[in-house]
Design a protein around this ligand. Structure first.
Ligand SMILES: [Zn+2]
Length: 383
């Protein structure tokens, strides 16, 4: 599966934006992500979205074989006023009040504790800095290594460990800075419902999300992530959902990328691509039911890079979202960025990949989605 396209040459660097202040957000311990102890267990665990996962991501990018290809940049905090390009003032006020009150559970599993708000502002500001770096022409490819994650945060509410939509804010900055069309490709295992919601009426932002078929999960996440959530008004057809059967692995994802994502990007012809990555689509993630391995992430990274080269003069922002296996997430991130760099041979071998893949169901589903889009989505039906 690893064959570099002749259309792209290896790129020198990825500009990684990071600030260690983002380690201070702590959602406590409990039964998985509940942050509560009903008293039945001897050993509780950290909330899955904890600082250890990101410490390992920083570490592998600093110490792993990819390190010579990375230049590091200090992230910065967003000002609350900058958040209004994506979020409503009512919602931002709720967050400010929750912080002033010493914390609040915003929704299931999403806990704003003392210090969390500063981290959320750093994640948003760091992602904006990474986007600005590209828009100002200082680099083609940047990676916002941020937490708390953002793609579930909607204009009006928190959801799924997310408070502020980091990628959504960056997309809006690109539009406000003169980009005509921005494409978002979200490979986190969960539906990027917040980003979709933010641009649901827009034909200038194409949001594509590949996710497991998890459906709605309560009042904070009313969206289903199904193929018929296509956007509204002018934005009809510019939100493309690709719910993949549980167990989809490297070959299934590659098929979905080749058959669905690449042709849609071809027709949309964006000025810049925002790749939203979560390693919770790996075979070992506690929050996901998909089966990607490092090889799959590497290939997806390479495909996205080739699309950026073809349509966007190489302009590609990568934004970190979920990924909860403490060690494998870091390895999968390393592999993704190897792909984004279009390196000819893998730099790092996979320490644990061994699950088999049966892609028959995925191929069937992808073929169905392709036919459905052709009949339903105007810009994909045109020849
Ligand atoms: Zn996720």
């Amino acid at each position: 599966m690893a064959h570099p396209s002749p259309s792209s040459s290896p790129s020198e660097h990825i500009h990684v934006f990071w600030h260690e202040g983002m380690l201070d957000h702590d959602q406590g311990i409990g039964v998985f992500d509940t942050a509560s102890d009903p008293g039945f267990l001897e050993v509780l665990e950290k909330h899955p979205e904890n600082s250890d996962r990101v410490k390992n991501m920083v570490s592998i990018l600093r110490k792993g074989p990819i390190s010579p290809y990375i230049s590091w940049h200090q992230g910065t905090s967003a000002l609350p006023s900058q958040l209004l390009s994506f979020h409503t003032s009512e919602y931002i006020n709720q967050l400010l009040e929750a912080d002033a009150a010493g914390g609040k559970t915003m929704c299931a599993g999403t806990i704003l504790n003392p210090g969390s708000w500063d981290c959320a502002l750093l994640a948003a500001g760091t992602t904006l800095s990474a986007m600005k770096h590209i828009l100002d022409g200082h680099g083609k490819m940047a990676f916002a290594l941020v937490r708390p994650p953002g793609h579930h945060a909607q204009p009006t509410q928190a959801d799924g460990y997310c408070f502020l939509n980091n990628a959504g804010l960056a997309v809006q900055l690109a539009i406000d800075s003169g980009c005509k069309r921005v494409a978002v490709i979200d490979i986190d295992v969960h539906y990027g419902n917040g980003t979709a919601e933010g641009f649901y009426l827009s034909d200038r932002v194409l949001t594509i999300s590949l996710h497991m078929n998890h459906g709605s999960w309560g009042p904070s996440h009313p969206q289903k992530g199904s193929v018929d959530e296509l956007g509204d008004d002018k934005g009809f057809g510019f939100n493309l959902n690709i719910p993949l059967p549980n167990g989809t692995g490297d070959r299934g994802y590659e098929y979905a990328m080749t058959e669905l994502v690449v042709p849609a990007i071809e027709k949309f012809d964006p000025d810049i691509i925002v790749m939203v990555v979560g390693q919770d689509s790996s075979a070992f993630d506690p929050n996901g039911r998909q089966c990607l391995t490092m090889e799959g992430y590497r290939e997806i990274g390479r495909m996205v890079r080739n699309m950026a080269d073809k349509h966007c003069e190489g302009r590609l922002l990568v934004v970190q979202e979920g990924g909860y296996h403490i060690t494998y997430s870091a390895y999968c991130l390393h592999a993704t960025l190897e792909g984004v760099l279009n390196l000819p041979v893998p730099l790092l071998s996979d320490p644990i990949a061994y699950y088999p893949e049966d892609e028959a169901l995925t191929v069937k589903e992808v073929d169905f989605i392709k036919k459905y889009w052709k009949e339903t989505v105007p810009f994909l039906g045109e020849e």
